[in-house]
Write a protein that binds this ligand. Structure first.
Ligand code: AMP
Length: 190
């Protein structure tokens, strides 16, 4: 099963991705998690990433594209993957579509988690208390949401057109269990 998830920060897509990954036993590829793990390397790249991520801006495509393409071709992903947090802008989207075509990788489902700005802001502030992420504060949240709605949401619209019949929208403001069962139902009919 090969899935891509779209949704603003705080929409709960990471939570759903990890629940689903466990349930159907495929890897959850969260580019945010991969980058956060790189911060522990304490090298020059880690310092650069830390600066960009704590400001809520996007890490350059030259860092992300090789990470994602290498992962997707790895043995770990041979039975599928849940891609969460990528693509985030038009050039990543062009790169990914090209890469999937070139490697004959067929997506099964694209899920767009929709939620309004106020709901996601409140959720991120709640999460900040638990996870202590440097990018979960009001200023940075505004930048991240602006990036999402300006650069990433238009890609969901593009994928909706390109992958008709494989694209679903889910109201991310519902209970976690309700969202989970909507996804499960859709997968059973995929
Ligand atoms: P996330 O956990 O998905 O909210 O990602 C946290 C941060 O990692 C983002 O605010 C970006 O700085 C960076 N990041 C994650 N995925 C990408 C991506 N596909 N392109 C650029 N930056 C990314």
């Amino acid at each position: 099963m090969k899935l891509i998830l779209f949704g603003p920060p705080g929409s709960g897509k990471g939570t759903q991705a990890s629940l689903l990954a466990k349930k159907i036993n495929i890897p959850h590829l969260s580019t945010g998690d991969i980058l956060r793990a790189k911060l522990n390397d304490n090298d020059e790249l880690a310092q650069e990433l830390s600066k960009i991520m704590s400001s809520g801006n996007l890490v350059p495509d030259s860092v992300l594209n090789p990470i994602v393409s290498e992962k997707l071709l790895s043995n770990e992903c041979k039975n599928g993957f849940i891609l969460d947090g990528y693509p985030r802008n038009i050039s990543q989207s062009d790169f990914l579509i090209n890469f999937l075509e070139k490697n004959k990788i067929e997506l099964d489902l694209i899920i767009d988690f929709t939620a309004d700005t106020e709901t996601v802001k409140q959720r991120i502030l709640e999460r900040a208390k638990i996870e202590n992420r440097s990018d979960d504060n009001l200023d940075v949240i505004s930048t991240r949401l602006e990036k999402y709605f300006n650069e990433t949401q238009p890609l969901a619209d593009l994928f909706k057109l390109k992958f008709t019949g494989k694209f679903i929208e889910i109201n991310a403001m519902q209970e976690i269990s309700k969202i989970q069962s909507e996804i499960q139902n859709r997968l059973e009919n995929a």
